[in-house]
Ligand binder design. Structure first.
Ligand SMILES: [Zn+2]
Length: 58
């Protein structure tokens, strides 16, 4: 699924899909892959996980 690969320079090259909306994100040689196209999508994913954990308690 992941289209980006780790290059010889230690950075990621290619695109990775946002974990929330699947928008492809150009990694542009970053050393840490970007997993979300925007900060709000990181929080949405985090909030969904918290809701799932809380929901699983009841
Ligand atoms: Zn997104």
């Amino acid at each position: 699924m992941a289209r980006a690969r780790l290059g010889d320079d230690g950075g990621y090259h290619g695109d990775l899909p946002c974990r929330w909306c699947d928008t492809l994100i150009d990694q542009a040689g970053r050393r840490r892959p970007r997993l979300y196209c925007r900060t709000s999508h990181r929080w949405k994913t985090y909030g969904a996980r918290v809701a799932a954990v809380v929901g699983g308690m009841f």
